[in-house]
Design a protein around this ligand. Structure first.
Ligand SMILES: [Cu+2]
Length: 168
């Protein structure tokens, strides 16, 4: 009798439990409404990068935009390629600059005046956060590729206006 009762209870509770689990699973898996905000993902293969001289950096630098645009509102991702023996004079940005070293060796220092002794050289895989408004400068001894992530609109303000290639 008790055995039959247990069996009956199991027969009732099992489908209930399964239905409940399915309901929870349906809640956990993003539905169409959540996906509507993310229509596609973006893949950029290394050979798809289109390099060009950026107007904001001294001659010799190359930029390739991977996602978004530093000129527009919203997140952007770009790569910078500096030749060997390259210097970015002291400058700042009104937004945070998030730098990842992809290859080469990235020399970075902070302050309004370039001090070669204060430059820290970072190997590939390193990350640097340069807070909005903080003056900094960069130097390379070998060709170096960086990835810069940030939020647009992104500006470059040189501490000494004479360093600005747009004013030359
Ligand atoms: Cu910078």
């Amino acid at each position: 009798m008790i055995r039959r009762l247990v069996d009956t209870l199991l027969l009732i509770t099992l489908p209930l439990g399964a239905a409940l689990l399915l309901g929870i699973a349906a809640l956990l898996v993003p539905g169409t409404s959540a996906r509507a905000h993310e229509p596609h993902h973006t893949i950029v293969q290394p050979d798809a990068l289109k390099w060009a001289q950026p107007p904001t950096l001294p001659a010799g630098a190359q930029v390739a935009v991977l996602l978004g645009s530093p000129a527009k509102a919203g997140p952007f991702v770009l790569r910078l390629r500096f030749p060997a023996g390259f210097t970015v004079p002291p400058h700042k940005h009104s937004q945070d600059e998030l730098v990842t070293v992809i290859s080469g060796a990235f020399g970075i220092g902070s302050g309004e005046t370039l001090d070669p002794a204060a430059i820290q050289v970072l190997p590939p895989g390193s990350f640097v956060h340069l807070p909005a408004g903080m003056p900094h400068y960069a130097r390379t001894a070998v060709e170096t590729v960086l990835q810069v992530n940030g939020m647009g609109p992104f500006d470059v303000v040189y501490i000494d206006p004479k360093d600005d290639p747009r004013k030359k």
